[in-house]
Write a protein that binds this ligand. Sequence first.
Ligand code: GDP
Ligand code: CA
Length: 317
Amino acid sequence: MKIVALAGGIGGARFLRGLRAAAPEAEITVIGNTGDDISLFGLRVCPDLDTVMYTLGGGIDEEQGWGRAAETFTVKEELAAYGVGPGWFGLGDRDFATHIVRTQMLAAGYPLSAVTEALCDRWKPGVRLLPMTDDQVETHVVIEDDQGRRAVHFQEWWVRLRASVPALSIAAVGAEESKPAPGVVEAVDAADVVLFPPSNPVVSIGTILAVPGIRDAVAKKTIVGVSPIIGDAPVRGMADACLTAIGVETSARAVAELYGLGLLDGWLVDDADADVRVEGIEVRARPLLMSDPDATAAIARAALDLALELKREEDAQ
Ligand code: GDP
Ligand code: CA
């Protein structure tokens, strides 16, 4: 069985770990969001790809959900002693090594997809991890504060400002001119089913779908998504601020409608949202809190089972 999943960071990575446990025989290709990528201290940092790689490779800081376990911050402290920032982005010593290797390979001319494959040689995530594109796409956010109206990098809004200033708009800069990374469309075409983990619908899944060619490729497939919203709130993080910025209500129903017909065939919502109905989409309710590995594997199994069931129905027609 071949599964393709689109993924952001924490929500995507945790779901994928459950999926790998729930379907150990499946060939899983992950299309990772690179819209959060940022250059810091001359290094290229890919937060979502790394979160997936570290989580599936056993190197993640479990508590935090991002960054390396047993991390230290000597380099960051030394940079700060030189007055070199930004201090608001938490890069640890172990994590720095990843970004150094990546930046060195990119400078030598390797595309991000090849770099990611090389990094995964070490981490052995048990899935094929592909960046959505080898081109530079960066999510920027227009905000207005005492410094006036301006566009900032997504990370500045999300990490430095903790999304406390309302986003007037969110744009994936460079997406329109980008191409899917090698293997992305091929993997989707070859997939039995496509899954949308409970990742941020705007700046994770939405950004991946903004790469021309990816949306059309997945639209041909049976797609089941898992709601990142439970009872009108994002379970963790500030995804509601992203939804508000694009004029979408923070609810499991509104996110399903955002993905829309023609994309989603099935939608898993939490038991708290059992009354949700979306025209043309098969909605099922079950516990969606990824509280531990077993609970997470059960969510992934339910998403996969629903996708296989809907695919059988489609194939029979
Ligand atoms: P990020 O890139 O680190 O922000 O991670 P993602 O985009 O992959 O996922 C973030 C989203 O995961 C958050 O907006 C939450 O709504 C969702 N999320 C986190 N934990 C859970 C959980 O236990 N259950 C569900 N259903 N969603 C979750
Ligand atoms: Ca992210």
